[in-house]
Design a protein. Sequence first.
Length: 137
Amino acid sequence: MASMPQKITTFLMFEGRAEEALTLYTSLFEDSGVVDITRYGADGPGEAGTVQHATFSLAGQRFMCIDSYVKHEFGFTPAVSLFVNCDTEAELDRLYAALADQGTELMPLGSYGFSTKFGWVNDRFGVSWQLNLPEGQ
């Protein structure tokens, strides 16, 4: 049976920092990269060069993002986060350090009773990440 394309895709809306974010994210995970990117031109409606629409993959999973040219009163919230099960403690430590840089630590790295090691952070763009080392890892 042929594999079906991913039906549900996480969509991230930035205000001018989408390319910076997807560049950071794709640098952190194996099997990651930009699939497609379209930028606004000089005729707008967004600022020329910013991301009109991009598709990228992280660890083989597809995401989409844009730079909204409409200013809005909302941003990202920890009520929705990207949950990453790490293969090793070194991977978890590396990801946590990179994502916490200029971000906000919500739960510092530690053992909270439900995993070997866990940390939760909002990155510099406001996107929330839960990083987990499952029991037995």
